[in-house]
Design a binder for this molecule. Structure first.
Ligand code: UN1
Length: 529
């Protein structure tokens, strides 16, 4: 018998019930269709049931969002920022229970569960500031008495489709910015993490209601990707879909949305590498590779999956890395002493086991880990030991992202150029890092002939990006950007305006459009451009 999880102290403050409707426009909750259960990977316990959003629920929510969009876009941006700031204030109160719920529903360590809510708070603060800085440029006109400027307007409805691994933070990066940009949002969370989504929606809708805002500013539709997700991506009323998840689904979403000439922000698979050169601080590198590979049980899109180690320091580096793995504590992630919890569900364990078999079949060697953990301490069937696999750089599986704690280690001998070629030699391009104390190596890695990823770090791992700058990747990672820098522009439409404040009509490019005008060549004087 395993101990039941402490749900009561979480469910009451977060507004969760044994059965929860899965569709809300911010005022009314409803649900229909076959019940969906949420389980905890910690012990396999059934947490609660959800009645998903059926077709009518979905349509009601989107109609409400459309109506709200016409009101919300007229609220001045700094006032919208103030609402998002209040949401951040509210999240501060729920940091503990919401962080715990994240841990219970998807299995990341409690430190990381709290960290995820912190990331939500951070982006709310950031978005509030951004609301006063939705800058457009202006430039000088080539015509007398004319002014040229650019401004940014809301798009309308943003569909946000999120993954299980960051069940609340990814939504917050999108909605916090989208709201200050004047958009309204419809969220479809991952089916593995419906409860965290309901809890977040409830916190935000309370803030919206308290501030007299109408239904439809923030909505939730829970349901299977093949039904609810499909409805959302095909919906012509939704000009932008922001999707975080696998490259496979991302490709389908990109095609479907492009077919109706809608827009997407895509955050797809990563296959992130760290280069450890002979000039690296090996202890620092080992510590960072360890967090990058094992944090969130290897289920971040920024997880370190490959380490490319210069031959001369290969053994010394591996020795240091192994000692971290030897001291790893795995178990119930609610216990802060455990650095690693379970994988998200038994299917994820199977994916890992199959990948390990493929690695062996393709000529790799499992140096440590890769065992399924069973027994009283590990109920529920989702605990594993993280694996390190020594592989040739030609291993076919290296080209794929396996969403599990498997770290590939390999040697390089042909200098930094070879390491960079190996690092870039995969279809994905999210995150990358180099460990070196050599300025030339570091700058080469960051130059145009260096890393081809959206994120390139020095003496720091591939995961754990801050919200202050843009987050996202290149190639099959999808090219989307979220969070800081100018990622907000992705949630707005750009409008270029020319204002004629003269009393004359002057055409650009020197065109004359009046009867009897001579042909241009004839009127030009020598020296004219
Ligand atoms: C993800 O795994 O989908 O940089 C996002 C990081 C986190 C975000 C990960 N801030 O690891």
């Amino acid at each position: 018998m395993t101990t039941a999880l402490p749900l009561k102290p979480l469910f009451a403050p977060l507004g969760l019930k044994t059965i929860n409707p899965g569709a809300s426009d911010g005022m009314r909750w409803s649900g229909s269709g076959p019940v969906l259960d949420s389980f905890s990977p910690i012990n396999g316990q059934r947490l609660a049931a959800i009645r998903p959003a059926g077709p009518e629920d979905y349509d009601r929510v989107v109609r409400s969002a459309l109506a709200a969009s016409a009101i919300w876009r007229d609220v001045p941006a700094p006032k919208r920022g103030e609402i998002v700031r209040r949401f951040g204030q509210e999240l501060r109160k729920y940091r503990d229970p919401l962080g715990r719920l994240v841990t219970i529903e998807m299995g990341k360590s409690i430190q990381e569960g709290w960290g995820e809510v912190q990331e939500m708070i951070d982006i709310c603060d950031y978005a509030c500031g951004q609301s006063r800085m939705l800058y457009g440029v202006q430039t000088h006109s080539e015509r007398p008495g004319h002014r040229l400027y650019e401004q940014w307007h809301p798009l309308g409805i943003v569909g946000i489709v999120t993954a299980f691994n960051f069940p609340v933070a990814v939504w917050s990066w999108n909605i916090a910015l989208a709201l200050v940009c004047g958009d309204v949002c419809v969220w479809k969370p991952a089916s593995a993490t419906p409860l965290t989504a309901i809890a977040c929606q409830k916190i935000l809708e309370r803030v919206l209601r308290q501030n007299g805002l109408p239904a439809g500013v923030s909505s939730l539709v829970i349901g299977p990707g093949a039904e609810t997700g499909e409805r959302l991506i095909r919906d012509r009323r939704i000009p932008l879909i922001s999707y975080t998840g696998s490259t496979r689904t991302g490709r389908h979403i990109a095609r479907t949305v492009a077919d109706r000439l809608g827009r997407t922000i895509l955050e797809l698979g990563g296959n992130n590498a760290i280069i450890v050169t002979a000039r690296a601080d090996l202890s620092l590198a080992a510590r960072n590779v360890f967090f990058g590979a094992v944090g969130t049980a290897g289920q971040r899109c920024t997880t370190t999956r490959r380490v490319l180690i210069e031959e001369r320091v290969y053994s010394a580096f591996l020795r240091r890395l192994r000692s971290h793995y030897d001291n790893l504590t795995i178990g119930n992630p609610l216990d802060p002493r455990n650095l690693m919890g379970p994988l998200v569900n038994p299917a994820a364990v199977k994916v890992m086991e199959e990948a390990l078999a493929t690695i062996r079949a393709q000529g790799g060697r499992i140096l440590l880990g890769g065992r399924k953990l069973t027994g009283r301490k590990y109920p529920g069937g989702c605990y594993v030991t993280p694996a390190i696999a020594e592989v040739p750089s030609s291993l076919p599986l290296l080209q794929e992202e396996t969403f599990a704690p498997i770290l590939y280690v390999m040697r390089y001998r042909g200098g930094l150029e070879q390491a960079i070629a190996l690092q870039n030699g995969v279809p994905q391009g999210l995150s990358s890092a180099i460990f070196t104390n050599d300025l030339i190596e570091e700058e080469t890695f960051l130059s145009a002939r260096g890393s081809d990823c959206g994120i390139a770090n020095v003496n720091l791992g591939t995961s754990g990006a801050e919200i202050g700058l843009a987050f996202g990747g290149e190639k099959e990672t999808g090219g989307g950007r979220e969070s800081g820098s100018d990622a907000w522009k992705g949630y707005m439409r750009r409008q270029t305006s020319t204002i004629n404040w003269s009393r004359e009509t002057t055409l650009a490019q020197g065109i004359k459009f009046e009867p009897g005008q001579p042909r241009p060549g004839l009127t030009r004087k020598r020296g004219d451009p």
